[in-house]
Design a binder for this molecule. Structure first.
Ligand SMILES: *Cc1c(COP(=O)(O)O)cnc(C)c1O
Length: 368
């Protein structure tokens, strides 16, 4: 039987045509029409004034923090359950990521725990829209306003998600995205920072291009970075933007198939929950076992793997990983992350594939 991977890109639009155009015209490096076109298209999609493309999602995060002048000794609030790049970008600035517990089911940062972790050194908050579930931006922005903090949305997994009809990417001081091969849209490797703040956008462009003055070539006014995206990456990105609505709706359809096929397993597993006044996108369809620990979860994943179905564990919380190890307990993250499994989620999945995943999972759970 064919193997079902956990993720794969879909490249069935103008990707090839635009890449060949880059090769034919010799515009293969980090100048070219596709970069501007991709940035403009992405800004419009998010409903923001500015979008600054980068070479990956991690550098997008780092660039945002540099442009906001994050310094050694500063603290930044991040959820303990996230992809490690969120915390790493804070460390790249010499600052300290301060971990916060998450909500059950959505695994998103818990606003009540944010309040408890704010000190005189806190500069900002990085909510992550994990697996495509928007974080509680209204509560988070209210806390930020009260304490004079900035908010950087880590929207790497949530292109097109919405809170009260407004897209992520437009809900904080700025936001960052990833276009890695398994994300909702891809450029192979790639990233973007979005913002409505014109002065911040200029700083992002300055630091992205090695610190070279935007109006005076070879005049370097700051120590910057080479975080530029290539025209080839942007060419793929522009083609992906032409079909992004379908990518999002196809993933929603896949989620609906999973909901239906897994419905009679609800005594065994927790399915994704809709959150009021938000539109989630399905980067990963995420389930949690109701019983057991990490050992049982890992066994379920191994058994599925033997049946030709690749899955992924929910991210290990930062506080259990060596670089960010803490003895402190994060009760919700500790209980939920170890029972979480990402099921295969990508556009090319058929209803038959989804039903096969569901029936395999059923077999595995009842065999144990
Ligand atoms: C993928 C991801 C990133 C980093 O993106 P890369 O393009 O892989 O560098 C950052 N944060 C989160 C939450 C992610 O999922």
């Amino acid at each position: 039987m064919k193997r079902i991977p956990v993720a794969q890109p879909t490249l069935n639009g103008n990707e090839k045509k635009y890449v060949i155009d880059c090769l034919d015209t010799n515009w293969i490096s980090s100048v070219g029409k596709y970069i501007t076109a991709f940035e403009e298209s992405f800004a419009q999609f998010c409903g923001v004034k500015h979008a600054v493309a980068t070479n990956n999602g991690t550098t997008a995060l780092h660039l945002a923090l540099v442009a906001m002048d994050l310094q050694p000794g500063d603290e930044v609030i991040v959820p303990t359950v996230t992809y490690i790049a969120t915390a790493n970008a804070v460390r790249y600035c010499g600052a300290t990521p301060v971990l916060v517990d998450v909500r059950a089911e959505t695994m998103n940062i818990d606003p009540a725990d944010i309040e408890r972790k704010i000190t005189s050194r806190t500069r900002g908050i990085i909510p992550v829209h994990l697996y495509g579930h928007p974080a509680e931006m209204e509560a988070i922005n209210a806390i930020a306003k009260k304490h004079g903090l900035w908010v950087v949305e880590d929207a790497a997994e949530a292109h097109g998600a919405e809170v009260s009809g407004r897209k992520v990417g437009a809900l904080g001081t700025c936001a960052t995205f990833s276009f890695f091969g398994n994300k909702i849209i891809t450029t192979g490797e790639g990233g973007m920072v979005t913002t409505n703040d014109g002065a911040l956008a200029s700083k992002l462009r300055l630091f992205r291009g090695q610190g070279m003055d935007l109006a005076r070539r070879y005049w370097f006014s700051v120590i910057g970075y080479n975080y530029r995206m290539t025209n080839i990456q942007a060419a793929i990105g522009l083609a992906q933007m032409e079909t992004i609505e379908k990518s999002i709706s196809d993933r929603a359809q896949i989620a609906a198939w999973y909901d239906e096929a897994l419905n009679d397993l609800r005594d065994q597993i927790v399915l994704p929950k809709a959150v009021e006044s938000t539109k989630q996108v399905y980067w990963m369809y995420n389930i949690f076992l109701r019983e057991g620990d990490q050992l049982r979860r890992d066994k379920v994943m191994r058994d599925l793997d033997e049946m030709g179905i690749e899955t992924r564990p929910v991210f290990y919380p930062m506080h259990v990983l060596p670089p960010y190890k803490e003895d402190a307990a994060y009760p919700v993250a500790d209980l939920w992350a170890q029972r979480g499994i990402n099921l295969p989620t990508y556009q090319a999945l058929t209803k038959t594939d989804v039903q096969r995943v569901a029936s395999s999972l059923k077999q595995v759970l009842f065999r144990q």
